[in-house]
Design a protein around this ligand. Structure first.
Ligand SMILES: C[S@@+](CC[C@H](N)C(=O)[O-])C[C@H]1O[C@@H](n2cnc3c(N)ncnc32)[C@H](O)[C@@H]1O
Length: 207
């Protein structure tokens, strides 16, 4: 892993602390509280979602390809009533059987994966028919002026954010990947630059 990747991992929790308090944490709580059964999370990072999973989650598989992030995540695991595993796998290539999960989680990840279409195809493959994808993602702005700025400054965002893109229309990608979007709320990330403010929180069903 590159030096920048190690620094990003070390800075991640302190960087996010104010953003979590300013609303992101509340979105995580509301959304993840609805997860149940066997759950897969992609790009689990340092484990920011861990405190928000409820008792209805029986088995949690947390996938994270970056070693410095996965190491921090593993340190946060505490014995609980459910089985939790950390797997070093990218979302584009999930080492699991077809139709083996009830719910999939993506929070602030579809902005960063190298190939979102392939990642969504993998999520669809590992979800059971009727399974749900729950997501919190920052996305391309609906306002054309801000979207243009996102396009202009995306090169910078990718460098600062370890490959994070600020201009992806993630909801359209989900809808084009064999999911039916069942819930969608648009909000904003607070305490971040305008190009990464537009936020979507939602659920999509594997069709
Ligand atoms: C902005 S962080 C989000 C971490 C966490 N999901 C959260 O909500 O705080 C993006 C994460 O996606 C991971 N990532 C990067 N490329 C990925 C890929 N191809 N597949 C899955 N995760 C990836 C990064 O290592 C990083 O942990």
């Amino acid at each position: 892993m590159s030096l920048s990747g190690r620094i990003f991992a070390a800075m991640y929790d302190p960087m996010l602390a104010a953003i979590e308090k300013a609303g992101l944490g509340a979105h995580r709580r509301t959304l993840l509280g609805t997860a149940a059964g066997r759950v897969i999370e992609i790009g689990a990072g340092t484990g920011a979602n861990l405190p928000f999973y409820g008792d209805a989650v029986s088995d949690l598989v947390m996938c994270e390809p970056a070693e410095p992030m996965a190491r921090r995540l593993a340190r946060k695991l505490v014995p609980s009533g459910r089985h939790i595993s950390v797997v070093r796998a990218p979302a584009e290539s999930l080492p699991f059987e077809n139709a083996s999960f009830d719910v999939a989680i993506s929070t602030l990840v579809l902005c960063t994966v190298g190939d979102p279409q392939r990642a969504l195809a993998e999520l669809r493959r590992v979800l059971k028919p009727g399974g749900r994808l729950l997501f919190v993602e920052h996305v391309r702005a609906e306002e054309p002026r801000l979207a243009r700025w996102q396009d202009r400054l995306n090169f910078l965002q990718k460098r600062i954010g370890q490959g994070c893109n600020c201009n992806r229309d993630t909801v359209a990608s989900i809808a084009a990947s064999g999911f039916t979007v069942t819930n969608i709320a648009r909000d904003r990330l607070n305490k971040v630059p305008p190009i990464i403010r537009p936020l979507v929180v939602g659920a999509a069903m594997r069709s």
